[in-house]
Design a protein around this ligand. Structure first.
Ligand SMILES: [Zn+2]
Length: 335
């Protein structure tokens, strides 16, 4: 078999699907069971569809054979091909209940998400021109995703029963608000999306809330979601399950799960201390902190780096070690 298809556990195959994104290929997982199930797919592009199709062929299946699609979270590299696969297979689509509406109304959700990002960037010191350019870049990315109608809503805690596999559905917000884990407690295997990756610390990106009224509030009021504290709580919960393997959305299977989670927890604690020491020096906007930490990258990836800083500010806020003070429409962080 080619390098892009790998048997990772009994009845479980990893198919690497190329993406145009910096993160590299995304992993789709075929669960060879009844129903024949594909967890995640790829960005909405012909290249990705062809690669996925040839991966399925190598294992002995065609797109038309798929009976159930599951999506682990809202990022386009994981679900962009959903509607193409649904129309060619007639499969069911199962997603976390809260993700169904944003996915069904994809362009509008993505647009709201960009609006929230732009507002947060301006509020936290990113130059307006940069925020405007990045919003245009983000809009150009919407087409890698697409609207899809779920036929089955997954509730956190429920069991998704296939003939030979049973997965507990676990809502684990953090990396995104819709992160959904499929936990096979008998085999101690977790299909994790981007919850825990071997080589990348999953950036908890601030996203528009999935619930419509929460989303309106996030767009209208100076409140913001707090994904990093939520993410750390989700990671601790995963650690307590002691999975033998986490099959992630990018890169190889994670086998040293508790050690890797401990490493991630220490990393975030250290980063919070570093940011704290910078605002002890003098009050700064979150973007200024990002500039000091990452230089040019804080402009080219202004929103990602801003989320990184704000996430750690949220951890400091839990310890009452930071104050956000609004002056002239810009929020400055005071120790
Ligand atoms: Zn992701």
């Amino acid at each position: 078999m080619s390098a892009s298809v790998q048997a990772v556990a009994p009845g479980l195959h990893r198919i690497e699907v190329p993406t145009p994104f910096r993160v590299g290929p995304v992993n789709a997982y075929l669960v060879e069971d009844e129903p024949l199930t594909l967890v995640d797919n790829g960005p909405n592009s012909a290249t990705s569809l062809l690669a996925l199709e040839s991966g399925l062929n190598e294992i002995g299946y065609a797109v038309a054979d798929l009976e159930l699609l599951v999506v682990t979270h809202q990022h386009v590299d994981h679900h962009g091909l959903t509607s193409a696969l649904l129309s060619r297979s007639g499969a069911e689509l199962a997603v976390l209940d809260a993700l169904a509406a944003p996915l069904a109304g994809w362009p509008a959700y993505a647009e709201g998400n960009d609006a929230l990002a732009q507002r947060l960037m301006c509020r936290h010191g990113v130059p307006e021109g940069v925020a405007t350019v990045l919003r245009a870049v983000a809009r150009a990315q919407h087409g890698w995703g697409g609207a899809a109608q779920a036929s089955r809503l997954l509730v956190s805690g429920e069991r998704l029963e296939l003939h030979a596999h049973t997965f507990e559905i676990i809502h684990a917000p953090g990396h995104s608000p819709s992160d959904t884990l499929l936990w096979d407690a008998r085999e101690r295997i977790m299909l994790g999306g981007d919850h825990l990756l071997e080589h990348i610390s999953s950036n908890p990106i601030i996203a528009l809330p999935l619930d419509e009224s929460d989303a309106r509030r996030a767009l209208d009021e100076p409140c913001r979601p707090h994904p990093l504290p939520a993410y750390l709580a989700s990671l601790r919960r995963t650690r307590s399950l002691r999975p033998a393997i986490v099959l992630g959305g990018h890169g190889p299977p994670v086998r040293n799960v508790p050690a890797l989670i401990d490493e991630r927890l220490r990393f975030h604690a250290r980063r919070a201390e570093k940011i704290h020491s910078m605002i002890v020096e003098r009050p700064r906007a979150a973007h200024e902190v990002a500039r000091a930490m990452w230089g040019e990258r804080a402009l080219t990836q202004a929103f990602l780096t801003l989320c990184e800083v704000l996430g750690h500010v949220d951890l400091l806020a839990e310890q009452r070690r930071v104050l956000e003070v609004e002056e002239d429409a810009i929020v400055r962080l005071h120790a």
